[in-house]
Structure formats: structure tokens, C-alpha cells
Write a protein that binds this ligand. Sequence first.
Ligand code: ADP
Ligand code: MG
Ligand code: MG
Length: 202
Amino acid sequence: NLTVDKTLKWIIKANEKIQTNKTYLTSLDQAIGDGDHGINMARGFQEVVKKLSSSHYETVSDCFKDVAMTLMSKVGGASGPIFGTAFLKMSMAVKGKESISQAEFTRALDDAIKGIIHRGKASEGDKTLLDVWMPILRILQENDDVDWDVIDHSAKLAMEATKQRLAKKGRAAYLKERSIGHIDPGSASSYYLFQSLAEVIT
Ligand code: ADP
Ligand code: MG
Ligand code: MG
């Protein structure tokens, strides 16, 4: 189960991975975007951790809500509103809950993805972070008591698979064929997010 304590640990761990890989994330975005993804995510998650550490939470939904609000207000570019929307939808899906089961998390993730699609109009295969989020959702839907090592591994493979894709959404789409051969930056940061969850939940 995902408790408030585990949620805080999850986000703190995700921030650590993003800070450690800030330069790498930025280099991915230099290849097919405007070179700020590492900077955007590092600044956003630093602010998120600051907010979470200075607050007290009774529910997972309130944690998610503060993650969402902070990302939306502190991160410019595409990724702030997109990750922000995802956490806001998750917050609404688990409203008032102190702890959430895998089934509840799965439904929340489903809502998060619908929010991402509503916001960015991308489909799976367009070389965006959806290419990582959607396979993770399917694995959770298909396995009642999922092995989180499988989530970690699958998220990594899904991220790597974006390398061969042609971008249809976001800045990388302007490059057309030249977007092929580079990992999507938002898929890489999404991998850190799911890897962090896998590490704290087990
Ligand atoms: P920007 O492109 O505005 O500089 P970032 O560099 O922070 O913003 O984030 C880029 C990432 O956002 C991409 O790698 C991609 O995963 C994600 N992204 C961009 N556009 C969309 C979209 N329409 N739908 C979903 N994700 C998107
Ligand atoms: Mg960018
Ligand atoms: Mg930008």
C-alpha cells in the first residue's frame, strides 16, 4: 500500500534521481528539444520537496495535490503542466485516502494519463512521456499483485524504446526524422519517477 510516508519517500527519491541526472536529462533535450528538461525538472522537484518537507499530511491525496500545484507553478515548458496535471488527477482520484491500494493507484494512474492526453493531445508512440506511462498502466491493470521490479524494468525498456521513435508531439516533432535515435527526455524523467516508486513501495 502507498501510505503518506511512502509517498513522501517516493517523491524525495524521485527528486534525488532527477538532481543526479539533471545534466543527462538536459543533454537529451539538447538533442531533440530546447535543452531545458533537466533544468525544468530539477527546479520543479526541488521546490516540491521543499513544500512537502515543510508541511504535514494526513492523506496521500493532499501530498499529490501539493506536488501538482508546485510543479504547475514552478515549472515552465511542457513538462510542468503535464506532470502537474498527472498529479492533480491522481490527487482527485484518491481524495481523502490515507493509504492507497494497488487497485486504487492503478485507477489514479488511469485518470492521470487521461489528463495528460486531454492536455497534450498525444497518443502512445508519439515519443512523449506517455510511451512510459501507458505500458506501466497496462502492467498494473493486468497484474493484481504486481512485482514492482517488473515495473522498474518495464519502465526502463519503455524509455529506451522511445529512442527509435519519430516524435509527433512536443518540440521534438519539429525535427521529424531527425528526432529518431534519441531517447525522449520526458520518458527518461518518467522512468526515474516510476523507478523511485518501485524502490519505496516494496
Ligand atoms: P519544453 O519542451 O516546453 O521545453 P520540457 O523540455 O521540460 O518542456 O519537456 C519536454 C518533454 O515533455 C518531452 O520530452 C515529452 O516527453 C513531454 N511532452 C512534450 N509535449 C507533450 C505532449 N503534447 N503530450 C505529452 N507529453 C509531452
Ligand atoms: Mg525542453
Ligand atoms: Mg522549454
